[in-house]
Design a protein around this ligand. Structure first.
Ligand code: MF3
Ligand code: CO
Length: 326
């Protein structure tokens, strides 16, 4: 694989991006089918079984399963759980639960990673108004971040777009300890993509790069606690949490959201400045050009690491050049 000069970021060929699009479409299918199945009474372990079946029957591999010992194919984070909730037979969903579903798949060695939050059983006006607003704010912040992804932009332009959007939507807590990440031949690749900070810093984005943009917003304070299972991240104050994520790749025809069925057109159309987004036609053609049959690279493990509170991008990136833990 080729690395971008200076930044060390993996640069994908069009055929490698086409594999990432295939992986992304598997992830999109998982999220929509799992969301549809997430009715009151079902356990999160049953949702995991559905996800694994979809991934494998598509000829893909679940990237989460076995990742640093992670025991499932998806993460199911309920209510005050922000990310990395482990599916369990004992967790049966109840109407009104906030469920965040996070899934990853590998096709031909290339990754897709996405997440969304839903209200189990659907939103009930009056009961769920605050949660509906929280989820909308988190999804909007994600799309604003995705819209900032283009060749020539700087990495923290994404961070800034996400945080600005989140704070304009309401007095939400924006999680700092967990971040987005670059992605490609591995799920978590350096550098991290923080969900806050000043614009105009970090590597310059270029064709062939791909990243997972994943804001986490909470109703209360932004501080987090890691549970005893060493995976589940919860809000310290017990407030409800949301998490939205998409993988976006910068193709020769412009960016495409690989994990959105429509390539991101719908989500971005709800914002302004859709013009430079790749059409599905162009990207679909890429899939015909063959590709690498790589294995899952061990790669960097840059995603979802701890970002010390109050640190800026350069400090975080520097400090992390040693430590590697999701
Ligand atoms: N989307 C999550 C992330 O970026 C997926 C967690 S992967 C797990 O980290 F395997 F560690 F669960
Ligand atoms: Co991710």
């Amino acid at each position: 694989m080729r690395l971008s000069r200076g930044s060390g970021i993996e640069i994908k060929t069009p055929s490698q991006l086409a594999r990432m699009r295939e992986a992304g479409l598997v992830v999109a299918q998982v999220l929509s089918e799992v969301a549809a199945a997430a009715e009151p009474g079902i356990s999160t372990a049953e949702l995991d079984a559905i996800a694994e079946r979809i991934i494998r029957s598509a000829g893909a591999v679940p990237s989460f399963l076995g990742y640093h010992g992670y025991p499932a194919s998806i993460c199911t984070s309920v209510n005050a759980e922000i990310v990395h909730g482990i599916p369990s037979k004992a967790v049966k969903l109840v109407a009104g639960d906030v469920l965040s579903i996070d899934a990853g798949a590998i096709v031909g060695g290339w990754h897709g990673d996405a997440a969304r939050s839903i209200i189990v059983g659907g939103a009930v006006p009056g009961r769920d108004d605050k949660v509906v607003a929280l989820l909308a704010a988190c999804e909007l912040a994600m799309w604003r971040g995705l819209a900032a992804v283009k060749a020539g932009a700087r990495l923290t332009d994404i961070s800034h777009a996400i945080e600005t959007s989140a704070l304009a939507s309401g007095p939400y807590g924006v999680i700092r300890e967990y971040t987005g990440h670059f992605i490609g031949s591995a799920m978590h690749m350096d550098p991290p993509v923080p969900n806050y900070g000043r614009p105009g810093r970090g590597p310059v984005l270029a064709e062939g790069m791909a990243m997972a943009i994943e804001p986490m917003l909470v109703l209360g304070d932004r501080h987090t606690i890691l549970l005893e299972d060493d995976w589940t991240v919860v809000t310290a104050d017990g407030s409800l949490a949301s998490h939205f994520e998409h993988t976006v790749a910068i193709t020769p025809d412009g960016p495409i959201v690989t994990t959105a069925e429509d390539g991101g057109r719908g989500g971005l159309a709800s914002l302004s400045g859709l013009a430079d987004f790749a059409g599905l036609g162009e990207v679909a053609e890429l899939s015909a050009t063959g590709g690498l049959d790589g294995k899952v690279g061990k790669g960097g493990l840059g995603g979802l690491e701890t970002v010390p509170a109050g640190e800026d991008y350069e400090t975080v990136a520097e400090e992390r050049s040693g430590a590697r833990r999701p």
